[in-house]
Design a binder for this molecule. Sequence first.
Ligand code: AMP
Length: 693
Amino acid sequence: MKVGIDLGTTYSAVARYDKNTSKPVIIPNAFGKEITPSVICFLDDGDILVGEDAKDMQSNGTGVNAAAFKRNMGDGSIAVSFNGKDYTSEDLSAMLLKHLIEDAEKATGEKIDEAVITVPAYFNDFQRTATIRAGEACGVKVSKIINEPTAAAISYGYKHAADKTVMVYDLGGGTFDVTIVRITKGNIEVIGTEGNHILGGKDWDAAIVKYVCDQFIDEYDVDPRDDLPTKNELIVAAEGYKKTLSIAESVTIPLNYDGYSAKYTLTRDEFESMTEHLLSATKDVCNSLIDSLQITWTDIDEILLVGGSTRMPSVSRFLRDLTGREVIAHSDTDLAVAKGAAITAELYCSNATGLRAMQVSDVTAHSLGVLSVAQDGRKYVNEIMIKRNSKVPTTTRRQFTIKKGNVTDKIEVYTLQGESRVPLDCNVLAKVVISGFFNRGQGVIIDIEYNYDENGVVNITAFQDGEPLNVEAQPVPDDIRWMGGDPHDKPSDEAILKNIAICVDLSRSMEMGNGDVLPIDAAKQSIRDFVNTLQDKDTYFSLIGFGDKIKVVQELTNDGYAILNSIDELKVKMVGRGTDASPLDMARSIVSSKPGVGIIVVLTDGIWGKKDNAVEQARGCRDDNITIIAVGFGEADTSFLRQIATVDDGALFTTIDRLGETFGTIATAISSGNMGLREGAAPGGRTQVSSRD
Ligand code: AMP
């Protein structure tokens, strides 16, 4: 059997589509009731009660109660801890769903294998996937997640053939949604939706609790809310008084606590004026939606009331005043959502016998973006890829450039859900690592594709030149404060190992000169400073001298003493006894001999023989993601240096006097990752994407 389940904050309901009557029908719970309280009670003896029984216990103040847990769905927080066990909202929802399903199976004598579950329209990706998981945890296939207001519109629009634009005003127990829907010949097209997920009937209950407690404190100087069972009782009772005020002009509320007894009268007028700000909060949401869709109230034909709290008479009056449109109460407010879900279950899960063909299109309540580095490089921004109120399913592909200096073999992409350009104002939905792209050292251009599926769940894919790339999901780090800071300061998860080979020209000209300092001495001093600046446990250095032949003066080491000693040893005549290999090939094999980022710094003062070979070897280094920085002075050939450098600005022409300064610039670039350091060596150690436009 396929069912629709309204998993409400305060009450839940289950419905199925009756093919004989072509109508959705509610499946009653074990008590014969159409709605079941969304409450779970943990008893001291280890028993766990769900639904009606739990609600009774809640009013008795017995056991540990969990109610309104839907408000924390998907945030991973612990909703209840009992007998040493922690329960998240997802766990509690799974327990509630299991109970609803078992009751429905008993009532119908049929097994439930598929369900459509409803969620508030503004539920984000976490909350939707948590709902799917909760359903699947009780062995039911969740064939679709559908937005509550859309479900209500389906059960309404299904019966109404006339074309109209309807605003669904859904004020439930803990949530508020407003959705604008176009109904044409029974087809439902959602145009836009907006919500406030912390506003609902509970806030009206809380206003009553506050009203009586404030007076009690004035009279007796004690607060009944200090005692948890009394507070719980009051909250439950307040809901009853609120409902009474929907039909009566006033209620009398008795309150006994700490040996004192009092009775307070609350009139409907007083109740309405002390909760005016709550209705006003819904007005802000409605106006904001109308504005964002660039429509006016005259474009709306009707206001459809959904959710238990719309039974308060103030709601329709307020809406009539606000909109000037006809306000219609859904004939079965509490059941409309479950029935819409049941119709959807039939429509989506079978060949829909007996059901008039109906198209339903929904929108996304949140914009979806990618964390990017702003144009000025100074901050992170949320680059919106899919705007909210886009029709789902929807897909957007955008090209991103990873600058040459920031290219690694992996790209981290953070997905944000929210409207703000400021990343920390949004939900960080997911982190994926993209790999498998070609990197020829010229920066990388990739296409990132975002997709909202029909359930409002996000999928991410990536391409280079049309070819799909590997996209691996990784957990979002707990600490994401860096998203609010400077991209250059981004902390690295793992240390980046750097292997730096310094190739020093030891041809005779290095020991000749007419200035105060010989080139070789200036080189030694500059390299010493360079090593001292960069030296740490993750940075390894090697020293190679070259002239007619080459000599590896120091193998790769992170021993500062050894490397500084080898710099002191550098002299022209040492290469005479060296080998015939080329310095670039030797440096390449040395820096590749250990995991990490490979960097070769070449210092030369003259013209190289076998230039073509060297350019070819430099290309090989580039293919291996090794960065070559070429420094020249004296007779050095600038265009050749440019040919062997593998990064922009990687060829530096200088003078003996300024050699120290030049090496200082290189050291800064390497430590900040700004100069073509590969393998996770973007500023702060990570690759970042920049939007192309
Ligand atoms: P829902 O989430 O749609 O089931 O709505 C539940 C909320 O509707 C709860 O806060 C109830 O207290 C509230 N509610 C139900 N009936 C009434 C009523 N007659 N008057 C005022 N509020 C009501």
